[in-house]
Design a protein around this ligand. Sequence first.
Ligand code: FPP
Length: 239
Amino acid sequence: MALGVQSKKPENIAIIMDGNGRWAKSHSFEITKGHKRGVEVVREIVEECVSQHINSLTLFAFSTENWTRPKTEISGIKNLIIEAIHEQLPELVEKKVKLSFFGNYSKFGSNIKEKILDAEKKTSKYKEDLRLNIALSYGGRSDIVESCKQITSSIISGSMEESDINEESILEFSQCPENNIDLLIRTGGDHRISNFLLYQVAYAEIIFLDKLWPDFTKLDLQDCIKQFSKVERRFGQRL
Ligand code: FPP
């Protein structure tokens, strides 16, 4: 969306899906059951974004900091993602959802990487409907650092000049496929961005909800979209 233009609906939504662990604990379940419920909610929210004609949904599934979690939890999340790709790919294809993963997800191993590349290939032709982007082993600061390194190499090799560096061209080097997030939602009660899309959320409206991610519903998403549509977005201008 061009800056300064009022949009009724957010075109690009990002979500920090927090609270799976606390949800599991409050139900006396294993942590992995919380993440499993989290994946079911992802499916429902993707469905809602398709019916609401949202252009993109970008989800924070695993941060660079999450690698410090117990090995069993990490392998549980990895297996859930593999399972989700396997189970949900036919539906994503049917709904013409373009699936992309970004971040340093190779750290999860070649098995998951192959499945990700295959799923991306099978949905790559869908550009008009929802773009579903999943951040896996992603950190916003590291994304910016890597972009700086790539820009430096491009200048040294002569494929880019210093004068080519601007707010748009920097985005071409980001791991994230989206340039601009209109609405960022974080569940789970904390009021922070936790190193998610630092550059892309510059003008995002941010909604923090106390609800834990496994309890988030389509109605909650509709409420967030409604809330967004009531906000006047000035982008620093005097309107
Ligand atoms: C935060 O809850 C959630 C995560 C770190 C993992 C979220 C991952 C998924 C829902 C799987 C995503 C899969 C696909 C296919 C998109 P937490 O464990 O930090 O909760 P807590 O703060 O209550 O401990």
